[in-house]
Design a binder for this molecule. Structure first.
Ligand SMILES: [Fe+2]
Length: 460
């Protein structure tokens, strides 16, 4: 995003708000009212909550904060405050029914577009570079991904369709399994990206020792080998908390996988199908990703390693906005924006490769990293503490890169996502790494005697 001038910013804001709303309407318009008000999983809100919450945040930040308008319906604010009501509790609230939620969202949007027409995007920090508008467009798209997750959890006939991604390129069989990322400093985070959120800031130098990173995300076929080798029954590969969780839940495969004959089938947006071997594995928790990596004699990359592999250009020494350069994502570079309802086969998108030749770092699946969600040096909460600051700590692991369900406006090389290590309903996979020094011939076994980690719901 490199807007110049007020008119260009107005167009950028209007087009991003319109794209987000089209997607919201698709996700809430393809099911009936009964489906909108039902809670499809205690992990998720009813779709009608997301719809009105998106509108309520838009009203709070754009009409009230930026525009100085009076509240339209102050009595509904508490219902749509994500911190006041965890997801499991939201169906019990006196939520706006679907018709009223749609009318409210429509009314807010109309007034916001009037505000955009008159805005100059200068002065207050919220207005500068149209930050508040960008934040709200990202927020709606983030809830669109959340609603897509709800659709995946929903039982019943398929409601969504999209064409499959293209077949993988012909050079995939000749791709190296891993690439070397040379050691040395690089610039992590950003101080320049106008719509970057507080946790991506500020830009700072980080020195990363040389390491090897998988060229592509780990595939279903590779993950199935871990299963076939008894990986889910062998505590040597699991962290203590991961093993305790696996024992407590009885998990034996990624979420949505079922044994059928000698193979695996899955359910994807209401369609039962064989698990595609070449596709990146998805719906695995951090614990499962970590166990697979240990079994493979490898480890998850740290967040800094991931970002260096994705952004650092060894020729210029600077960090790019995206693996391929500074240009915004296009459909030939990354699988984003719900254009497809699944990740593309491993090795796809050669035009989206990083300088070192790593593929699919942006789009397809979120990638678990080894790192806890922590602030960067010099972090300052903006525009509110509850966006990131209250989540910092060792409870959450970071995810990077975005999935097929992430919109381009909410995706960049610096973007950080976070979740509990037990979470599997998100569109998350992973890739593995290893130190550049030769690994030990056999990875050491891990003890498994710690108590299980608590599982609660992220209040987003
Ligand atoms: Fe939200």
């Amino acid at each position: 995003m490199t807007p110049t001038g007020t008119e260009a910013l107005r167009d950028l804001v209007a087009s991003n708000l319109a794209t987000a709303r089209e997607r919201t309407e698709l996700l809430t318009g393809c099911v009936d009212d009964g489906d909108l008000v039902r809670q499809h999983s205690p992990l998720m809100s009813p779709l009608v909550w997301d719809l009105a919450h998106v509108a309520n945040q838009e009203e709070l930040w754009l009409l009230r904060e930026v525009g100085g308008r009076e509240p339209m319906r102050p009595e509904i604010d508490p219902l749509y405050d994500a911190f006041e009501h965890p997801r499991a509790e939201r169906p019990t609230l006196p939520l706006l029914p679907p018709g009223e939620a749609r009318a409210y969202a429509h009314e807010v949007r109309g007034r916001v577009l009037d505000l955009v027409e008159a805005a100059t995007f200068t002065g207050a920090r919220l207005l500068s570079g149209a930050f508040a508008f960008g934040m709200i467009a990202q927020h709606e798209q983030q809830h669109d991904e959340t609603m897509l997750i709800t659709h995946q959890l929903r039982k019943g006939a398929p409601a969504l369709t999209a064409p499959p991604p293209a077949a993988p390129p012909a050079d995939v069989p000749s791709l190296p399994r891993e690439v070397l990322i040379p050691g040395g400093p690089f610039t992590m985070g950003t101080s320049a990206e106008p719509w970057a959120l507080d946790n991506e800031r500020p830009a700072h130098a980080v020195t990363v020792p040389a390491f090897y990173l998988d060229t592509t995300p780990v595939t279903n076929a590779a993950f199935a080998e871990f299963l076939a080798d008894g990986g889910y029954d062998d505590p040597r590969w699991w962290s203590p908390a991961g093993w305790a969780h696996r024992q407590r839940t009885g998990q034996t495969a990624p979420l949505y996988w079922r044994r059928e004959g000698s193979g695996w089938v899955r359910t994807r947006f209401g369609v039962r199908e064989p698990v595609p071997p070449a596709e990146p594995v998805m719906h695995v928790s951090w614990y499962e990703a970590d166990a697979y990596a240990a079994w493979a004699g490898r480890r998850l990359p740290t967040e800094a390693e991931w970002e260096k592999a994705a952004r650092h250009d060894p020729v210029t020494g600077r960090s790019r906005r995206f693996p391929w350069g500074d240009e915004d994502p296009t459909p030939d570079r990354a699988n984003l924006g719900q254009c497809h309802l699944q990740p593309a086969p491993a090795g796809s998108y050669p035009r989206g490769a990083s300088p070192a030749g790593v593929r699919q770092m942006i789009g397809d699946v979120w990638e678990w990293t080894a790192s806890d969600f922590l602030p960067y040096p010099g972090f300052s909460a903006w525009p509110y503490r509850e966006y990131s600051e209250v989540f910092f700590g060792s409870e959450y692991k970071t995810l990077r890169g975005g999935s097929f369900g992430v919109a381009p406006v909410a995706c960049r090389g610096t973007f950080r996502n976070w979740d509990y290590p037990i979470r599997r309903q998100i569109f998350a996979g992973f890739r593995t790494a290893r130190d550049a020094e030769p690994p030990a011939p056999h990875p050491p076994p891990r003890p498994s005697q710690l108590p299980p980690a608590p599982g609660a719901g992220v209040s987003r």
